[in-house]
Design a protein around this ligand. Structure first.
Ligand code: AMP
Ligand code: ZN
Length: 482
């Protein structure tokens, strides 16, 4: 039984999907005005683990993630500079080029961490009509009002404002700041912008669109309400973000969506804790960040970083140090070496024979322990401990046949569908293809040359089932680990 901590109810809850066997999951994406860093890496690996656990539990997941490529202001409140414009000045590019460059950079960085790409990646700038439509609905229903500077959400008209996350409005900062000349027309200082007009402070804004309220650009929060509704429906299963999203962004998203539809936005709210440096959040705006490229340049594999992330529970702050990454490097190597020994021992396995009873008992118990750990609000440090214990048990276990090792190896690969550590390919560059796989590949090549297609396909499947992929090129076939 999968349990997930729900920020909405402040407790761990049994996960029950809205539709049997299916999960709709929305993840707030990055604001693409500067480099993605290893703090983002931690958060998106966390979402990736959640998705992988859901898939491992048998759910068919639809994962949607946005790209904030339209400026929201440098504070999450309606104040400060526009982040996209800030990026454009810093890098001497247009706002559009900045958005494109850093969107690519973000996804390339996340790919390096073996994060599955969301099924739908949606950009705010591609969904302006949907956002305008939602603002119109909110005005029509009496939840928003037009002013000379912006269209604002009227929080006094939405009685549940801030209630899901138990906020006291008195504790909130207000968004009225004389120096940026916004907020002058707000009825309540906590009202937030749905649509900024290209006037006053924003009159030179380069990213803008026509709207029923004049040229301007959407407030930050509205994009997530509009796009989640478009791709996942008015209510969906899981909404994720960083803990910084709780007080403003998600509070405002809930207000907009629920005011418009009269229905709950999401059943589960999952929030990830930060990666810090010297106890302070790693952040683009603070400039204390490290990119994946820097990690690689210093001789680390991004998967060692992924291993490091998994050492802490996602709701606990994790402090980054190079020493800690060195520790993860050693731990990851140890893990891959243990897996490699098993891979070597399973090579002469006879696929159809039975596995030993004592191994069968061990596999049942370890699968249960692994399942208990990941189902307990994604307890990855625990799941990793179960994994290592299992590998160590196997190492000392006597009387295991090659067939047993094959079963163990299969179990390892199943666990790794959740860890995403590619434990079977420790180092692609120096990875040697084991001799039995090479023999199979040679046989397949022979079958192919003599046009025995069925035989060639059967051999390809056998190779794949052992963790390798054959690719046919103009110069013959090549082989690599999956
Ligand atoms: P941003 O566009 O920078 O606001 O970031 C997008 C997502 O990454 C948000 O959910 C943030 O909470 C998350 N994030 C940014 N920095 C960190 C960090 N140092 N640790 C964990 N998550 C972070
Ligand atoms: Zn969002």
């Amino acid at each position: 039984m999968l349990k997930i901590y729900n920020t909405g109810s402040n407790k761990k809850e049994k996960f029950v999907p809205m539709k049997k066997g299916k999960v709709g999951m929305y993840t707030c994406g990055m604001t693409v005005y500067d480099f993605a860093h290893i703090g983002h890496g931690r958060k998106y690996v966390g979402d990736d683990i959640l998705r992988r656990i859901l898939e491992w539990s048998g759910y068919d997941v639809k994962h949607v993630q946005n790209v904030t490529d339209v400026g929201h202001l440098s504070s999450d409140e309606d104040e400060g500079e526009d982040k996209m414009e800030k990026g454009a000045i810093k890098f001497g590019k247009t706002v559009w080029d900045v958005a494109e460059f850093f969107t690519d950079h973000f996804f390339t960085s996340m790919d390096a961490l073996n994060i599955e790409r969301p099924h739908i990646i949606c950009k705010a700038t591609d969904h302006i009509p949907e956002q305008i439509g939602l603002v119109q609905t909110l005005i029509k229903k009496g939840f928003a009002y037009d002013t000379p500077e912006a269209v604002y959400f009227d929080i006094d008209s939405f009685k549940a404002y801030g209630r899901l996350f138990r906020q006291k409005l008195d504790d909130k900062k207000t968004a009225v700041r004389a120096e940026v000349q916004t907020g002058e027309y707000k009825k309540n200082p906590h009202d937030f912008a749905l649509w900024f007009k290209r006037v006053g402070h924003f009159s030179n804004h380069t990213m803008y669109w026509a709207s029923p309220w004049g040229d301007g650009f959407p407030g930050w929060h509205i994009e997530c309400s509009a796009m989640s509704m478009k791709y996942l429906g008015e209510t969906f299963d899981i909404h994720t973000g960083g803990i910084d999203h709780i007080p403003v962004h998600h509070t405002n998203e809930i207000a907009q969506s629920e005011a418009a539809t009269g229905k709950p936005l999401a059943h589960f709210w999952v929030h990830h804790a930060f990666l810090t440096v010297n106890g302070i959040k790693m952040a683009k705006s603070l400039g204390n960040f490290i990119t994946i490229e820097e990690i690689i340049k210093k001789g680390y594999d991004p998967l060692e970083l992924r291993f490091f992330y998994l050492s802490a529970h996602y709701r606990q702050q994790l402090n980054f140090t190079w020493e800690a990454l060195d520790g993860a490097k050693a731990g990851y190597k140890n893990l891959c070496n243990l897996v490699q020994t098993i891979r070597e021992k399973k090579q002469d396995a006879v696929i159809r024979s039975k596995i030993s009873t004592h191994l069968s008992d061990l596999l049942t118990s370890v699968t249960q322990q692994f399942s208990d750990a990941v189902s307990d609000d994604m307890n990855m440090p625990k799941a990793m401990a179960v994994f290592f214990d299992f590998l160590k048990r196997v190492k000392t276990e006597k009387d295991l046949s090659a067939r047993d090792y094959l079963a163990i190896y299969d179990e390892i690969l199943r666990f790794d569908t959740v860890f995403g550590l590619r434990v079977n390919r420790p180092d692609l560059k120096t990875f040697e293809v084991p001799s039995d796989i090479q023999i199979l590949a040679n046989e397949r090549e022979k079958a192919r040359k003599s046009k025995k297609w069925a035989e060639s396909d059967r051999l390809r499947d056998e190779i794949t089932s052992r963790g390798f992929v054959v690719e046919d090129t103009a110069n013959g076939s090549t082989i690599r680990p999956v």
